[in-house]
Design a protein around this ligand. Structure first.
Ligand code: KG4
Length: 338
């Protein structure tokens, strides 16, 4: 039997989770509200909040799991990518606890965590993807199409050359005066709006890569010109703007996904992951896309789409099973690909 403690601190959520032989026993997430007033995550404030949260969050995860800390077999932590000050808090805590308990440390790539979130079992009967499968990873920092050959082997087919899909949601939401992070607000407003009311530019990038910076500019200029004529344009049209923006982002995501699926007929399963996979429109569109093409869809529970330690623990468990441990001189990294 192996029990893994997962620790996630890459951005503005402090999270700890316990899994036993791949089955989730607890997943505690402390989100930081301190950033709301600033319209985005303030790295220095994030690090300080992690520092305050990490001990109570880990204790709570251990208590909820009904285990003792001496039962833990290994500690898996997010080593990157993310905010370096935030990552340092989780990394140092993991090193300290592993030394005190005399157990191995496992470094986890945050993006692998998002991709492998489908393997989190809340009970032993949870159905999981079979290899190889394709994953659309859409978060605040990344937009990638990946083929997952094995737990620890992944190939990137395409990725964004500028902004991520989450940034497109958040930056356009900011233009509309919505709070940070704007993605969930756009999602909520879009449910009431007409997705065909406004048209925004879509990129023409070869291959399977994405681009979202042109959409952001097109959205900004549309609003700027409209406000010049009608000052309360945003307020009067916010649901239609949100729905049209969301539809454009989904169209861009699915257009490349269709090309990738066509180029890889051997792949019969499609998963989504990352914060943007919490979006109602994205979830429905991917489910329809898979149904139309006879693909099996894996859509994660919302709690496992945004940052959480359950995904770190499960990704860590697969590395633990391969005896892929790291040394105490390991340092976190801000940037990396899958
Ligand atoms: O995966 P995540 O928590 O952090 C990263 O690893 O980057 O993703 C955060 C992103 C933010 O851009 C946020 O606006 C977006 O996920 N997001 C959403 C929704 N929920 C979170 N975007 C659209 N609709 C949502 N419901």
């Amino acid at each position: 039997m192996s029990i893994i403690l997962g620790i996630e601190s890459s951005c503005d959520d402090t999270s700890a989770a316990i899994i036993r032989d791949g089955v989730l026993l607890s997943n505690v997430i402390a989100s930081q509200s301190v950033h709301e007033a600033y319209g985005g995550v303030v790295p220095e404030l994030a690090s300080r909040a992690h520092q305050q949260n990490i001990v109570p969050v880990v204790s709570e995860a251990i208590n909820r799991a009904g285990i003792s800390k001496t039962d833990i077999s290994a500690i898996a932590f997010t080593a990157g990518p993310g905010l370096i000050g935030s990552l340092l808090v989780g990394t140092q805590f993991a090193k300290g606890l592993s030394t005190a308990l005399g157990i191995p440390l496992v470094c986890v790539n945050h993006l692998h965590g998002h991709v492998l979130a489908h393997f989190i079992k809340e009970d032993p009967s949870t159905e999981v993807p079979e290899f190889p499968y394709m994953c659309l990873l859409v978060s605040g920092g990344n937009s990638q199409i990946i083929i997952v050959d094995d737990y620890n082997r992944m190939r990137i087919l395409g990725q964004t050359i500028d902004d991520a899909a989450g940034e497109a949601f958040d930056k356009c939401a900011k233009v509309m005066g919505l709070p940070y992070p704007g993605g969930p607000h756009i999602d909520r407003l879009a449910a009431e709006g007409d997705p065909l009311r406004f048209r925004f530019s879509k990129p023409h990038i070869p291959g399977f890569d994405y681009s979202f910076s042109g959409l952001k500019t097109s959205f900004l200029y549309t609003l700027r010109d409209a406000i010049a004529v009608e000052p309360d344009f945003i307020e009067k049209n916010k649901a239609d703007l949100a729905a049209s923006l969301q539809k454009t982002i989904i169209d861009i995501l699915l257009d490349k996904l269709a090309k990738a699926v066509d180029a890889h007929p051997e792949i019969r399963q499609l998963a989504i992951g990352g914060g943007v996979s919490a979006n109602s429109g994205v979830r429905a569109a991917v489910a329809d896309f898979c149904a139309a093409r006879g693909l099996r869809a894996f859509i994660p529970k919302r709690v496992f789409t945004t940052d959480n330690a359950a995904m770190v623990a499960i990704a860590g468990w697969f590395k633990y099973n391969d005896r892929q441990f790291c040394e105490l001189d390991v340092a976190p990294f801000a940037r990396v690909e899958v």
